[in-house]
Design a protein around this ligand. Sequence first.
Ligand SMILES: Nc1nc2c(ncn2[C@@H]2O[C@H](COP(=O)(O)OP(=O)(O)OP(=O)(O)O)[C@@H](O)[C@H]2O)c(=O)[nH]1
Ligand SMILES: [Mg+2]
Length: 206
Amino acid sequence: MDSVTSEQPVRSSQHLAPTVARSVKVLVVGAFGVGKTTLIGSVSEIEPLRTEEVITTASVGVDPVAGHGEKTTTTVAMDFGRVTVSPEVALYLFGTPGQRRFWDLWAGLADGAVGAVVMIDTRHLEDSFEVLDQLELRTTMPFAVVVNEFPDAPQYPVERLRAALDLLPSTPIVKCDARDRTSAVRVLVALVEHALTFPVFQKVLA
Ligand SMILES: Nc1nc2c(ncn2[C@@H]2O[C@H](COP(=O)(O)OP(=O)(O)OP(=O)(O)O)[C@@H](O)[C@H]2O)c(=O)[nH]1
Ligand SMILES: [Mg+2]
């Protein structure tokens, strides 16, 4: 899994490399504004599909828009992108909407996924409890937790986060900057390596 470089993805690469023998689906979930769309945009080698809509004043009091700075748009259906992480393996990334009222879309998006990236923002850690509950309720897939490090976010040692989020010792926790391709790819590689420890996924990913 070392063929990915830190350069910006070449968006013109519409076609899969002929060496790719496995295409696997990965879900990117997380609460409102944690950086899901940003992460998929950073890594995708095809022009990412986005379904952003401007956040309207109707959201105030319904969606957790407060405390999210200059954020003006939100995902209303899904994000989609692709990244080839080794000569043989391509990941298809499906990003979910962060707002609660769209969470029913998760079931369809999760269908056939081998694993999930759960993005968290330590400025709004409490929003992540519900996301993790929903993921465990709606799916059985392995997941890796990704701390998207915003500059003004409190920094916690990984083991403190593990305890706070009640994660298993085996669940990877990776820190990243979703805007940085190398960092974002590292997250995906950690997820794939974790999923490979589940026998049910070994066949799919091997
Ligand atoms: N400083 C910093 N800003 C980031 C980072 N990741 C995302 N952002 C910014 O944070 C905002 C939220 O990012 P999005 O990618 O839209 O978040 P999202 O999780 O897709 O949001 P929803 O789809 O609305 O739930 C955007 O303005 C990004 O530019 C990061 O790693 N560091
Ligand atoms: Mg989004």
